[in-house]
Write a protein that binds this ligand. Structure first.
Ligand SMILES: NC(=O)c1ccc[n+]([C@@H]2O[C@H](COP(=O)([O-])OP(=O)(O)OC[C@H]3O[C@@H](n4cnc5c(N)ncnc54)[C@H](OP(=O)(O)O)[C@@H]3O)[C@@H](O)[C@H]2O)c1
Length: 298
């Protein structure tokens, strides 16, 4: 598995990342989760993506229980987690409305909670989960500095940020934001055309790509029938499977986008990680884009 350098000599990720948004649905015991992580490691998938809100603030705890049982795995993986979203749920009884919180006090509180839940002494990368219209960039910078100097968080990034939101926060930091985690797939191509990916490429910031398979909808929803048909034809050309071609589309983007795989199925993960071996020809890439958007290439 290829590695992507995010900070020279300091931080690199596996090209494919394992996402844990759906971990609470997988019904895995800690031992099964450990075996799942170990299979990923055998394939070179070292980077893990989490968020405090996943599973109604329970996902990090499930992963942390596994790490408590297998602490030797901690040094072999990178832990990425996110904060900033709050919504009413059992674990947040004081919250009555969904909202975002990017205040310094809350970011520090959330990161410290993630450390406890994940049973780890440090977070490799902490991301602000969503852009917050009430974000005060100086305040965020204060929180990041406190977490960095205490060794609790090594690097910072953002998720779902526009180019200008990214530039604003970066302008207040003396070190680089290491990534912007974005929804990038054949069924969500907005960032290819709105300047967000251009800006990241210009800044040499490597994006993480979420829901590259449309959260699974691309395999069965009627609206993606035309895309499926074209993608299956192209897949046969490469002796590949549909999911691999959908991932190869994201992998072909300039700027080394790193797909976050969302499956909890070991066989699918093994196959999808192998999509990194497919080099899509340009004419196939554009045929997929055309089928996905329903607009001829101009
Ligand atoms: N930053 C953000 O705002 C944000 C938002 C959403 C997600 N994320 C991150 O991105 C990760 C990936 O997102 P995602 O889970 O939506 O990824 P995804 O790969 O688009 O979707 C995963 C879903 O598709 C199903 N699936 C995968 N391969 C399949 C196949 N060949 N045939 C049929 N179904 C298939 C999976 O089911 P099985 O498990 O049964 O295979 C799972 O339910 C998340 O885990 C999370 O870490 C970030």
């Amino acid at each position: 598995m290829q590695r992507v350098e995010l900070v020279k000599d300091e931080l690199s990720f596996s090209r494919c990342i394992q996402g844990y948004w759906r971990l609470h649905e997988w019904q895995m015991t800690s031992s099964e989760l450990q075996a799942f992580v170990e299979q990923g490691l055998e394939q070179g998938i070292t980077t893990t993506d989490h968020a405090d809100v996943y599973g109604g603030f329970t996902e990090e705890g499930l992963f942390g229980s596994m790490l408590k049982q297998a602490p030797q795995l901690r040094e072999r993986i990178e832990v990425v987690t996110k904060c900033g979203i709050l919504f009413p749920c059992e674990r947040q009884p004081q919250v009555s409305e969904k909202h975002y919180n990017s205040s310094a006090g809350y970011i520090i509180e959330a990161a410290e909670r993630s450390l406890r839940e994940l049973s780890t002494e440090y977070i490799d990368v902490l991301l602000l989960h969503r852009p917050d219209p009430l974000m005060d960039a100086d305040d965020v910078a204060r929180a990041f500095e406190a977490l960095r100097t205490s060794g609790k968080v090594r690097h910072f990034g953002v998720s779902n940020f526009t180019a200008s939101q990214f530039a604003l926060l970066q302008s207040r930091l003396d070190y680089p934001l290491v990534t912007n985690q974005l929804e990038i797939s054949l069924i969500h191509t907005d960032y290819l055309f709105d300047g967000t990916l251009d800006y990241l490429q210009q800044q040499r910031v490597r994006p993480m790509a979420w829901s590259c398979l449309g959260g699974g909808g691309v395999f069965h929803d009627f609206q993606y029938k035309a895309l499926r048909e074209v993608a299956k034809q192209i897949a046969s050309h490469y002796q590949a499977e549909l999911d691999q071609i959908l991932l190869a589309f994201v992998l072909a983007l300039p700027g080394q986008a790193m797909p976050i795989l969302g499956s909890g199925d070991k066989k699918r993960i093994a196959r999808q990680a192998a999509a990194t071996d497919i080099a899509l020809e340009r004419q196939h890439w554009f045929a997929l884009l055309e089928a996905a958007r329903g607009i001829p290439v101009p």
